[in-house]
Design a protein around this ligand. Structure first.
Ligand code: KG4
Ligand code: ZN
Length: 352
């Protein structure tokens, strides 16, 4: 089945065309066309994503991305249109949904509303075969999903496909949001995660010695919940105390902040693995691009859970993209589920 997928939940405008076969017990996805435009540079001046600007850019770029994906794929007929319906920025989501509906009418093809976070989970479960194809091999259940992005920080349990139980979540900021805000305090552009990681790596490479230690919020709390807003505030106070920051100071702050964020993520994931007995740990979302955080999770699994299979996105699927939306839609459709609502649901939750 050929799926045309559209993603506009935040600041990426993306359209893909996938040839999909198989089912949740083993599926293959060949990318026939993939066009993605990131608005990140545009939002950089605001230090975060500005919803009305994102909407305007999506409206402008959707037809361009569609034409490009179609051109790459050789203008094939499609059987299903997948579109992200939430969670995300509602004005941005609506642009993709309206565009998908119009396209569905024009092409006479059904439109399938898809959850963005389910896309991130699926992107963490598939493995890349070559530049343009991915395989889903039957994963071992239960699966613990660690979803870490600019809008979400959640631990969800899947005992079987498409059934989600909430294990833990952030009570305030998402971890990616904390990275972005701390980056802003250090005068680094949006998105902040990769910049912080780079500064922290520079500090490690030169064996930097400093006394900066930030709090690990909720580390010893019994739940698997997270909190990142206190950590962010602690960074702010420290920066105010230090006044004029040298380049070395910035590296030290980035390193200390990243250490704190990673330690909390790893500790809560450990707690969740112990509580749930999960056999697969699937990491998804933009923060899963962090080599530093991946290394922390790899250490955890190697030392404490050697029987758990750790998988995270490969082939560029960690950041927002439409390939993951097409894959998630196809798997739900193949399992006989109806489409999600064709309306923007900004606060939609996988597991209430
Ligand atoms: O999944 P995503 O592309 O968009 C959302 O759905 O939010 O995630 C973007 C987030 C941003 O907050 C960005 O700073 C963060 O992922 N991020 C990182 C890294 N790369 C991206 N955070 C930490 N370290 C990284 N290397
Ligand atoms: Zn995302």
């Amino acid at each position: 089945m050929r799926v045309l997928a559209i993603e506009t939940s935040c600041d990426e405008t993306a359209v893909s065309i996938l040839e999909c076969s198989g089912s949740v017990s083993g599926a293959t996805f060949r990318v026939l066309g993939n066009a993605l435009y990131s608005q990140a540079d545009l939002h950089a001046q605001y230090g975060g994503v500005f919803p009305t600007l994102a909407k305007r850019e999506h409206i402008k770029n959707l037809p361009v991305m569609y034409a490009e994906a179609m051109r790459q794929a050789g203008n094939p007929t499609v059987d299903l249109i997948a579109v992200t319906q939430g969670p995300g920025l509602e004005p941005a989501l609506w642009t993709g949904i309206e565009y998908a509906k119009e396209l569905g009418d024009t092409l006479g093809v059904p439109v399938f509303g898809t959850d963005h976070m389910e896309g991130h989970i699926v992107s963490g479960l598939v493995s890349q075969n070559d530049a343009s194809s991915y395989t889903l091999s039957a994963p071992a259940f239960p699966i613990l999903g660690l979803l870490i992005s600019g809008g979400h920080t959640e631990l969800v349990l899947m005992r079987t496909w498409h059934q989600y139980e909430l294990v833990g979540r952030t009570l305030d900021d998402a971890v990616g949001e904390a990275f972005d805000k701390v980056a802003r305090m250090l005068d680094l552009p949006y998105p902040g995660g990769p910049r912080i990681e780079k500064l922290a790596a520079q500090a490690s490479a030169r064996g930097a010695v400093h006394d900066i230690v930030f709090p690990r919020p909720m580390l010893h709390d019994k739940s698997c919940n997270f909190s990142f807003s206190g950590l962010k505030t602690a960074v702010l106070y420290r920066i105010r105390e230090m006044k004029d920051l040298s380049d070395d100071d910035k590296e030290h702050i980035a390193q200390a902040f990243q250490d704190a964020a990673r330690e909390v993520l790893v500790a809560k994931t450990k707690k969740a693995l112990l509580e749930t007995g999960a056999r697969t740990l699937a990491v998804g979302g933009g923060v899963s691009a962090s080599k530093n955080i991946r290394a922390g999770l790899e250490d955890l699994v190697r030392t404490d859970f050697p029987e758990v299979h750790l998988s995270y996105p490969t082939g560029g699927l960690h950041l927002d993209n439409s390939i993951m939306i097409g894959m998630a839609a196809y798997l739900r459709h193949a399992a006989g589920y109806p489409s999600g609502p064709l309306e923007a649901r900004g606060a939609q939750k996988l597991a209430p």
